[in-house]
Each structure stands twice: as C-alpha cells, then as structure tokens.
Design a protein around this ligand. Structure first.
Ligand code: AMP
Ligand code: ZN
Length: 482
C-alpha cells in the first residue's frame, strides 16, 4: 500500500500526508455565501471535500469537518467595496438578511443530502461568531498589524507579514494596479484588506451591523474563517479546502490573519483547492472553458438538473470522472452521459446485490489495493472509478467478490450503489414491466410443472441478454454482460 499524498497549494508540491495528531484530521472548507442558490460549480467544491473526508475516514482517521456559512461581509466585488451580497439579496426580496440566509442555507443542506454528502461536524454561521471575530481583530491590533482608515474601517497592513504572497505565489508588485482588490483611498499597500468595516451612516443603513471597539459595523469577509476555524479545530489544523478562486485573496488573507493573530506557522498543514467546473467553449482568455459563476449568469443548479429528470446522484457520478485539480467541463451532453453511465453501474450493482454467499478476500485484495492507492495518490477519483468499472464488468472475479468490492468502494465514493431506494434503480425496475410479466409467467409455468414453457421463457430472455437470478425474494432478472 502506498503512502497517502496530497497536493498542497502553498508548497506547490504533492507531499505525504501526516496529520498533526495521530489518527485525527481536522478539515475546514469554505462554504456557501447564502445569498442565492448554489450552482453545480459550488457543488463540485462540496463534493470534493466530501470525497476527501470519506477517503480519510476509510483510512481509519477520525475526521472533524467544518463547513462555514457566510451570511455577512462578502461584498459584491469580492474585495472591500460594493454592497454586501447578503444585504443586496435581502433588499431585493424585501426580507431580512437572516430570512434570506436561512432559506439558502436550507437549500444548500438539501443539495448536500441529495448528492449524499456527509453532514459536517460543525456548520457555523459567521453572524453567530461576531465576538470571536472581534477578539481576533483585537489581537491583531494589539500586535500592530492593523491601521484604521477614517469612516471606512480597520485594515490589515500586508507589508507587516513577509510571507503574505506565499500561498498563492502572488507577484505583489504586479498587483499595484490592484488585481481584484479595489483601490481604496488611504490603503498603505494595494493588497491590504479590511478586517472590520465601519457601517456608513445615512439612508442606506445596513440590515446587519454590530458594535465593536472601532465603531458600529461588520466583519471583513476573511475574518470569519480565521476566527471560526480556531474555535472548532484549534490554532493549527490539517487541511483547508476551497475552490481555486479563493486562493489569491480570501485564503491569502485568512493566512495573514491567523498566522499573525495566533503566532503560528504554518497555520494549515495542507491547502487543497479544487479547480473550476467550467462552461464548455472558449473562455475570456481563450484558454479553455469559463468558470461557472453566479455573476456571469449562465449557471445550473441541482434543481435545474432534477427538473430535467436527472438523478442528482448522477451529478456525483459525473463529479468523480475528473480529477479535482483539473477543470471539468459541464454541458447538457456531459451530464446526460453521466446519467446513463450511473444508471448502467447502478443496474450492475443492483443485480450483484441479489447474489448470496461469502466472498474471497484474497481474490478481492489486488482490486481493493488499486482502488485505495488511486485515492491515496492525491484523490485520483477517475483512476478509482476505472477500477470500480473494471470490477463491475469483470469476468475473472466471482459475482460475490464483485458485490463485496462494489460495496467497499461505495463507502468511499458515496454513489448509493445497489440501494433499492435509489431513483436509478427504481426507474430501472419499473421500466421493464414486460420482463416482469414474463418472469411471473415463468413462475406460474413452474408452479404448474410446465417445465417446457418455463424453459422456453428463460431461453427467450437469455436470447435478449437477460439473465434470471435467484434471490431471497424469489427470482429476479438482470441484464447479463453489463
Ligand atoms: P460561494 O458560495 O461563491 O462563496 O462559493 C462556494 C465555494 O464554491 C467556494 O469554495 C468557491 O471557490 C467554489 N466555487 C465557485 N464557483 C466554482 C466553480 N465554477 N467550480 C468549482 N468551484 C467553484
Ligand atoms: Zn473561508
């Protein structure tokens, strides 16, 4: 068995994974900003951290997974200017910010359930942790990392943190025009960012604001993750995940706050970033697909897929077809193909569930090892899926061993294989009432000892590629050669 290795964005290398405390792993994943329904690009990010968690659990680790809910402070520009996304959505819907947050948090939770994501151990909301955030800002202020811009807020002086550029390999000189950071007047360095924003007075009174030593206002977007991770995982932890778009600003700023505030280095053992789910076709830069994003408009949600008759689990299956560090092109055809593939796999798994008896661990071992080693190699899900298919279709393995292996693999992949309740399986059973009828007819013939007729029906089905298998609930059928 090979060693577990993950790619770490900060060191730009794949390194052996060793947790801080033996047997335990803490993971923090940047979660949804709950001002709108999440799109399937966001869902990719969620599925990635879920696969990571499932794999580590299968390796025997006790995993504590934190996914935060951003319900304040994420401004429209992702920088320190513009309206708060939550406030904008709440005003538009004429609801309170917390109503909006609760609504979209619930949709996010339902999406996770529909694609079989494990429930995180902690799911903290930024607005429930304002005192924790103020406490961290006070620490940073005492240590001299912050300065104030009158009527604007409290800013982090990035020149005080020499390794600021390290995580994302930023060229800070090249940033002087302010890449995504707005050119706020009064900032000492273009990369400096708000830790606490002072609420502007006047008619545009904010819906969410809190008292603080720096005046009434709200936390900068990055502060919540630094403050909440320490509360649930301690001052240092093992793995931080998120989409690659977060590395340059959000995560870079989280590192600055946490390493300076708590005096730790490195704050996080592994930075693992998923690449984008993209829309097919050349993007703005002509370097492939364009990131699916709410601001660009053309997004798909899981409910869009469900409305079109696609099993949400087919999205999980589709997710596993690409390595998390590669872009994954999303299109109607891609998801339709995935739905077909998932259904085929589900059909095989369902048929194997009918097989009784005990498997042979020795025969299973080489396949189990190949599957596990693929995931130990920086979560190579496409390779693991290839092993899964090899087992599903194998002629050399006994049916009981195929059944056992699929069950084992599915604990990690979470595809709900062989579950009678899965939509694909139900649909498959209902779709062929003709075969069900023939099976019933054959049973009746057997009961009447009309062996010729029973054999005839069996042979006719066989000619169609349909095999009759015995199960505890009587005979069932499956497509052979799948
Ligand atoms: P948001 O709700 O916008 O804060 O994003 C939630 C998570 O989804 C973050 O980790 C983002 O980096 C990630 N994300 C956003 N768009 C995409 C995309 N098109 N593909 C993959 N991940 C994404
Ligand atoms: Zn975050």
């Amino acid at each position: 068995m090979s060693q577990i290795e993950f790619y770490d964005t900060r060191s730009r290398s794949q390194r052996p994974f060793v947790p801080l405390s033996p047997g335990k792993v803490g993971i923090y994943s940047c979660g949804p900003t709950v001002y709108a329904e999440q799109h399937v690009g966001n869902l990719r990010s969620r599925l990635f951290s879920d696969l990571l968690k499932r794999f580590l659990i299968s390796e025997g680790f006790e995993v504590t997974h934190v996914i935060n809910i951003t319900d304040v402070g994420h401004l429209v520009s992702d920088a320190d200017e513009g309206e708060d996304k939550m406030e904008a959505a709440a005003r538009k819907a004429e609801q309170s910010a917390s109503e909006i947050a609760d609504h979209y948090t619930e949709l996010w939770r339902q999406d996770g359930e529909a694609v079989n994501c494990l429930v995180p151990e902690h799911n903290p909301k930024a607005t429930d942790h304002i005192p924790d955030q103020i406490e961290l800002a006070e620490k940073l202020e005492t240590e001299g990392y912050l300065y104030s811009i009158p009527d604007d807020g409290l800013y982090f002086d990035t020149s005080r943190f020499p390794s600021y550029a390290e995580l994302a390999g930023l060229d800070l000189d090249g940033q002087s025009e302010g890449i995504r950071i707005g050119v706020t007047e009064g900032k000492r360095n273009p990369a400096d960012f708000a830790v606490w924003k002072i609420a502007k007075k006047g008619e545009d009174k904010r819906l969410q604001e809190w008292d603080s030593p720096w005046g009434v206002g709200f936390p900068g977007w990055h502060l919540e993750c630094s403050a909440m991770s320490v509360r649930y995982l301690g001052e240092r932890f093992d793995i931080h995940t998120g989409g690659i778009d977060l590395a340059t600003v959000h995560h870079t700023n989280e590192v600055a706050q946490s390493e300076c505030g708590y005096g730790v280095h490195p704050w996080v053992g592994f930075w693992m970033h998923n690449e984008f789910l993209t829309l097919e076709g050349p993007g703005e830069d002509d370097d492939g697909g364009e990131k699916m994003s709410k601001s660009k408009g053309d997004v798909k949600t899981l409910s869009d897929l469900i409305d079109r008759g696609i099993d949400p689990m087919a999205f999980r299956y589709y997710f596993l077809q690409a390595h998390y560090r590669s872009q994954h092109a999303f299109s109607d055809k891609a998801i339709q193909d995935a739905a077909k593939g998932y259904k085929r796999l589900q059909r095989i798994a369902m048929a194997l569930e009918e097989v009784e008896g005990e498997g042979d661990p020795e025969a299973q071992a080489p396949f189990a090892e190949r599957f596990r080693d693929a995931l130990a190699d920086d979560l190579n899900a496409p390779e693991a899926s290839a092993v899964l298919w090899k087992v599903a279709r194998s002629d050399e393995l006994a049916a009981v061993d195929r059944r056992d292996l699929l069950r084992r693999f599915d604990v990690v992949l979470g595809l709900r294989l062989g579950e009678a309740s899965s939509a694909a399986a139900d649909e498959e059973r209902e779709q062929d009432p003709r075969i069900d009828d023939l099976l019933a007819e054959r049973q009746a013939a057997r009961a009447a000892k009309d062996w010729a007729k029973a054999d005839q029906i069996r042979d006719d089905l066989k000619a169609e590629g349909i095999e009759i298998v015995d199960s505890s609930e009587g005979p069932r059928w499956r497509r052979s050669g799948d």
